[in-house]
Design a protein around this ligand. Structure first.
Ligand code: FAD
Length: 460
């Protein structure tokens, strides 16, 4: 347990109303989206960069492990407290520090909710492209730590592509600034990119200077139904080979469609629909018809059952309803499913989904696959009951096979969810020993006593 001296030091630095060690608060902050729970010794709610720096120095002096936390919506145990650690919640750090439309940038505290950044940007005709499905509640700090992304990544890229600079505090309490305020800059090592995706293991990120883009004038959406996953994924390959870049290219397999049926959002799909693509284009109003025509031409092929289009806000929302209802629908079917986030080259997607279906069947499991097909990023959900030990064993065997296959196809372990506690046992399958050893040395430089998010990212 936390010593009285350390607790008193945290209270003196943050104020006693920002330091909680009562049982109820510790229980609330014991989990993220993974099924496991570990109660922290205390939860701290800093309100500024200076307070984060102060608490990090106290933690360093008393050798207390810290678990940074945004909204706790991560699915890999990244914000799961290490035993005996103290949670640093960024929820109270959500100010816009500067909004500079002329230079298309915004400086925010990292507890700001992702969609709020976009809302501020849009008030000046700009937008913030990263759009994770959890954008209504996840925080910029969590997005930075996991390099979050969403459907728009196929055209606009991921969180990493929109960060100009960061302010952060290392594990020994040093305050650092990385990057710059301009869209070009090559001064020194790129520590900004190093911190992004580091899962809270290198520094507590307190402020971010984010790049904004002019908001597209208009958007048009296609909902495309196919007779099989292979037909849909072959169409994805055709779309990615032609010149019009969609701003979303999402895939749902037949089990995903089955999962959303109780929500009513699949009622208007034509009979025989076994796979669905959501395809979106954006740009100048007068250019959209050309883009949509090119996309429709590429989508046309084997197994195409129906294309529905939407050009106004209401029609677009209706077309997206099926895809948007999916995450929660899948959770209702199997609340504690095994959830993967692998990526393969787009041209390999059809074969990979066949492999997943075959592997799941061979292990007597149901697999629900959907995801950001334009990036080759699939969310593979093995629907399991964690109390069933035999089923869990089979799920782990199937998962091993799926991950090895993704790597063999030239893919990667995680597209957007990160490694956390859940995937670290696979890390050395993708990263060679020399590179992994260099990563450990970098961790040592930022966090000499291993106090930042221990038990995450690296295999034991
Ligand atoms: C329904 C649903 C849909 C989702 N859809 C997507 C999606 O489309 N795309 C996607 O990428 N993810 C998605 N996610 C996963 C998750 O929302 C993202 O990983 C998100 O970036 C996590 O943000 P958070 O604020 O909840 O962070 P948390 O879960 O609290 O933390 C995530 C990691 O960030 C670290 N961290 C948090 N704040 C800081 C900080 N200030 N400094 C240093 N480290 C920090 C934590 O230690 C942890 O390792 C989804 C999750 C759910 C539940």
């Amino acid at each position: 347990m936390l010593s009285d001296t350390a607790l008193a030091a945290f209270r003196s630095a943050l104020g006693s109303d920002r330091v909680f060690d009562d049982a109820a608060t510790r229980a609330i902050y014991a989990c993220d989206e993974t099924p496991r729970q570990v109660e922290p010794d205390a939860v701290l709610f800093p309100t500024s960069h200076d307070e984060v720096a102060a608490l990090a120095r106290i933690a360093f002096e008393h050798r207390i492990a810290l678990t940074p936390r945004g909204a706790g919506s991560g699915n890999v145990g990244g914000a799961l407290p290490a035993p005996g650690s103290v949670v640093v919640s960024f929820e109270c750090m959500r100010r816009v520090l500067e909004f500079d439309p002329a230079n298309r940038l915004i400086v925010v505290e990292t507890g700001m909710v992702t969609d709020d950044v976009d809302r501020v940007a849009r008030s000046a005709g700009l937008f913030y492209p990263p759009d994770p499905g959890s954008g209504a509640y996840c925080r910029i700090g969590g997005n930075l730590a996991m390099n979050a992304a969403g459907p728009r990544a196929v055209k606009y890229g991921v969180t990493r592509d929109y960060v100009l600079g960061l302010r952060a505090v290392t594990g020994d309490g040093r305050e650092i600034r990385t990057g710059c305020r301009t869209t070009k800059g090559v001064t020194g090592y790129d520590l900004t990119r190093l911190l992004i995706g580091s899962g809270g293991t290198l520094a507590l990120i307190t402020e971010a200077t984010l790049k904004l883009l002019p908001a597209p004038e208009a958007v048009a959406t296609l909902r495309v139904c196919f007779a099989s996953s292979r037909d849909a994924l072959d169409a994805v390959s055709r779309v990615m080979r032609q010149s019009v870049m969609p701003c979303a290219l999402e895939f749902m397999d037949h089990r995903s469609i089955d999962a959303i049926r109780p929500t009513g959002t699949a009622d208007d799909l034509p009979p025989g629909t076994r796979a669905l693509l959501m395809v979106e284009a954006d740009g100048a109003v007068e250019d959209l018809p050309r883009q949509i025509a090119a996309l429709q031409q590429a989508l046309d092929g084997n197994g195409l059952l129906e294309i529905r289009s939407g050009f106004d806000r209401e029609a677009i929302a209706q077309l997206w309803a099926a895809r948007k209802s999916l995450s929660h629908a899948v959770k209702r079917v199997a609340p504690l499913k095994v959830n993967e986030d692998v990526v393969v080259p787009v041209s390999q997607l059809a074969d990979f989904v066949d492999f997943i279906d075959h592997t799941a069947h061979a292990h007597r499991l149901a697999a629900v696959s959907f995801g950001h097909a334009g990036n080759g990023n699939l969310h593979v959900n093995l629907m399991v009951h964690p109390d069933d030990a035999d089923e869990m064993d089979r799920a782990h065997l199937a998962l091993d096979a799926i991950i090895l296959r993704a790597l063999a196809l030239g893919g990667t372990l995680s597209g957007e969810h990160g490694i956390g506690t859940e995937k670290r046992r696979f890390l050395d399958r993708e990263i060679d020993p020399a590179t992994l050893s260099l990563m450990r040395s970098i961790k040592q430089q930022f966090d000499p006593h291993g106090l930042l998010n221990p038990g995450k990212l690296f295999p034991d």
